[in-house]
Every structure is written in structure tokens, then in C-alpha cells.
Design a protein around this ligand. Sequence first.
Ligand code: MN
Length: 323
Amino acid sequence: MSNTETHPAEVRCGPRPGAGPTADVEVLTPRTVPLGGPRAMTVRRTLPQRARTLIGAWCFADHYGPDDVAATGGMNVAPHPHTGLQTVSWLFSGEIEHRDSLGTHALVRPGELNLMTGGLGICHSEVSTPGTRILHGVQLWVALPDEHRHAQRDFQHYAPTPVPLDGGQALVFLGTLAGDTSPVHTFTPLLGAELSADPGATLTLGIDPDFEHGLLVDTGDIRADGTVLRPGELGCLAPGRRELTLTNTGPARARLILLGGPPFQEEIVMWWNFIGRTHEDIVRARRDWQEGRRFGTVTGYDGAPLPAPELPNTPLKPRGNKR
Ligand code: MN
């Protein structure tokens, strides 16, 4: 995914009045962002936003679909660069063809993790396949800690085995949950899982008290420890909990993405598709992309790479979470 938003709108967020009896689940509402292109598929972005930059090292959350590809044109993101981050592609339906400058040519399919490490620099293209009718999923980014932010380019694929839960199911793609551990290596401790809950079911999950957590609702009406979360919303939970209780209050099966990690201690500068620590890091990354250095090339994509947008006139400032 390429971020087309160079001047993000500031949006109101935080606990919604009347959201529930407990005020300790912070509710982030999404904003709609076009992905670019002639018919402009849109995504619902919950991270980053003014009130919150990160959950653990998770620094970007785009949620899209279900999109009728015949109407929206689906996804066609030309080669674009990344630095200082990892991308996680996770689909609920449809299929995306991924090509990157490591030479990877992979098909992203529902229920399978595709984790790309940008490190010092990588570029990739993402195109929904001709057979895709409904495209539905998330794209998430992970900020790399300073000591690993120039890591080697990498691409990992992992298809977790579903873990049955009392009243639902988990697919643990990163970290540990419900007795299952993903073998995929991360540079900071992380949790990433797809959860489903049967109508009326309450799931009780043991969680790491050192982690903060995010619950992104795809479908269904969820109560998380008493706080109502609607589809598209991201509920944030502070560290210190050993248990998370979710109730599906709706008449159909609910689906969510659970994210977690220890609070990220560094401030980052995030602009377009780059993460650095200073304005100069971003200026260098942009210049290297525009001048054809550092990020390599994607072969097999039919079209020109994406040009970087213009930098703002004022220096980019580092951001972390308000504490
Ligand atoms: Mn991308």
C-alpha cells in the first residue's frame, strides 16, 4: 500500500460519549482516504491519527472493503518505496499480486500473512488479481526500532492454522495468543491475530500485561470490556491487562483484528511511505527514490513507478504517543 495522503486531516477521536460504562477503551474512528488511481478505491484509516501514532510498533492501519472490484477497479498500486518499516498484508477475501525489489512475486490470499521488511529500502507493487470479485482486508505497518531500521530487505509468508476458541476462532499471524505462537520473526514483540466470534458469544483471552492492544472491528457489533466498538473502529487498550473480554452482541458472526505490543519508546518521523527519525532522513529517502537509488526495482509491473509527493514547506517533526 502507498500512502496518498500527504496532508492528513486532523480528526476528532478519543472515547465516544456514551460508549459504555468503562472509559479505559479509547475508541479511534476511521477516516476515509482514496488510494489514488482513476476509480480510486478508498480505505478506512485508523492509524496514525492525531490522538495516537502507534499501538506497540503498529503505526499504520488501513482497512478496506468488502469492495466490488467491478465497481471500484480494485487495487492497483504502482511500484513505490518503503524504509524503516514492515508491511503486513492480510486479506479476508480476494487476492493480491505482490512484486518487490527483492525479486519476490507472491500472491496474497485470505488468512495468510505476507510480511515485507522495508529496512533501509525496498519497493513493491500491489495489484488485485483478475479473478478477484470482492476485495476485503487490512494493510498494517510496523515501525522498526532504531537499531534495526536499516535491516535487510525481507519477505515472509505464513499461513496460521485456525485455533478454536470457546465461541469463536483465532488466526495468530504474529506473536502468541490462545496457546498458539507464530514462527515469524519480528524486531519488537508484537501480536497480530484475526478473531471471529459467534453470535452472542463472549471470548475471554489471556493477553500480555506489558502490551498495549488495538481491536479493529471488521464486521459485527462488539463490546470490549463494556465499550461498544462498531465496524471500522479501533479500540485501544492500555497495558496492565491480563485478560480481554469481547462479546459479539450482533446476530451474525463478528470478525476483528487484534494488535498488540509493548509501547514503542521512540519518536518517529512518518511521511508518505517512509519512516525515519529526522526530517533529513525523509529528505534523503525521497531524493534516493526520485533519483533511482537505494530501493531497487520491481520487475513485471505494467506501468511507471509512483513519484513521491512534494515535501511540505515546514520541517517534519518527530511523533510518538502522548504519555
Ligand atoms: Mn506499500
